[in-house]
Design a protein around this ligand. Structure first.
Ligand SMILES: [Zn+2]
Length: 123
C-alpha cells in the first residue's frame, strides 16, 4: 500500500461525478503535468486536485489531525507533502494552468461544491 493514496480517492470521485453530471469534459491523471493532477479540463486550462485533508494538511480542518505517536516523523512527512503540493501548483501556474483545490471535507457538501465548480468553470 502506498503511504499517500493518490488516485481514485473518495473526494476525487465526488468531483468527477459532479462534473460528469453537469456535462463537463475532463481527463484524469495526466502524468505529463506536474503532480499528475487528478482531473484536467483542457478547454478551461484548469486542473483540479482533490486533496485528502489529512495527507495534504487542510489548514484549520478537523480532519487534519496529528498522530500522537512519532509526531516528528509525521510532521516531516506532512511538511514534504505540503511543499510538494505548493511546488506542483507553482509549476502548473507557470505553464498557464489554473489550479483548483477541492478538499475532502468540501466533497461532503456536494451541492455547495457544485455551485463553486460552476462558478469557477463558467460556460
Ligand atoms: Zn478539510
Amino acid at each position: 500500500m502506498r503511504a499517500v493514496p493518490r488516485e481514485n480517492t473518495a473526494p476525487e470521485i465526488v468531483v468527477r461525478r459532479l462534473l460528469q453530471a453537469d456535462g463537463f469534459r475532463y481527463r484524469l491523471h495526466r502524468k505529463d503535468l506536474p503532480g499528475t493532477p487528478d482531473i484536467v479540463l483542457p478547454r478551461y486550462r484548469v486542473v483540479i486536485f482533490a486533496h485528502g485533508c489529512f495527507w495534504h494538511r487542510h489548514r484549520d480542518c478537523s480532519k487534519a489531525t496529528m498522530p500522537k505517536a512519532r509526531a516528528e516523523f509525521w510532521q516531516a512527512k506532512f511538511d514534504r507533502n505540503v511543499q510538494r503540493d505548493a511546488d506542483n501548483e507553482a509549476k502548473l501556474r507557470a505553464l498557464g494552468w489554473r489550479v483548483i483545490i477541492v478538499w475532502e471535507c468540501d466533497s461532503e457538501h456536494p451541492a455547495k461544491l457544485l455551485k463553486r465548480l460552476r462558478a469557477e468553470l463558467p460556460r
